[in-house]
Design a protein around this ligand. Sequence first.
Ligand SMILES: CC(C)(COP(=O)(O)OP(=O)(O)OC[C@H]1O[C@@H](n2cnc3c(N)ncnc32)[C@H](O)[C@@H]1OP(=O)(O)O)[C@@H](O)C(=O)NCCC(=O)NCCS
Length: 182
Amino acid sequence: MNDCIIQRWNPAAASVDADLDGLGGLLHACVHEGGSVSFVLPFSREAAKAFWRHDVLPGVDAGTRCVLLARSNGEIVGTVQLDMATPPNQPHRAEVRKLLVHPEVRRRGIACALMRALEDHARAAGRTLLTLDTVTGGNAEPLYLSMGYVAVGSLPGYALNFDSSKLEATTIMYKQLSSKAS
Ligand SMILES: CC(C)(COP(=O)(O)OP(=O)(O)OC[C@H]1O[C@@H](n2cnc3c(N)ncnc32)[C@H](O)[C@@H]1OP(=O)(O)O)[C@@H](O)C(=O)NCCC(=O)NCCS
């Protein structure tokens, strides 16, 4: 984690196209490594880049989505999103989406650092209830539990795994944020 910086994605910056390339490459690598993050093989780099451009960027531009980037030597090696596009009766809630760390730099604390920074952004935005779902038995489950997320339960057969060879369960989790970082 030493050489990594965490920053909020600013798509207005001149580097937006390079960022879309970097984010696409990161998502592509995670899916091909076996990550269960909405997509199945075959999954091209173009499709990965299109996800960021068409499904994520509009929310960032609208101010309802905060995307954090972890950079190492200028390269995007990790990311996570806070989706604040909640209904009018849930102004205090936000959804955590797409926590991704490149397979080559895992187990160095990058995901934890991204999540801590995301929680700071949530607090600053008045979002005190964070919700998420993650594949049951996946790498992220122990990470979220160690950060104080509570598992509500598991939905069996929720989604196909990365190569469509089986259905996997998903665990629903939440965390109530206190006013101070924990
Ligand atoms: C899950 C993921 C984001 C973790 O990223 P990471 O940077 O390696 O995580 P960290 O180094 O911050 O790990 C923090 C803790 O999480 C847990 N953890 C992370 N990876 C783990 C693994 N492969 N097996 C078991 N526990 C793991 C550990 O408790 C770890 O602490 P430790 O290293 O001191 O034991 C990464 O594996 C990834 O991108 N996976 C594919 C995409 C995905 O599934 N994202 C989750 C979507 S909900």
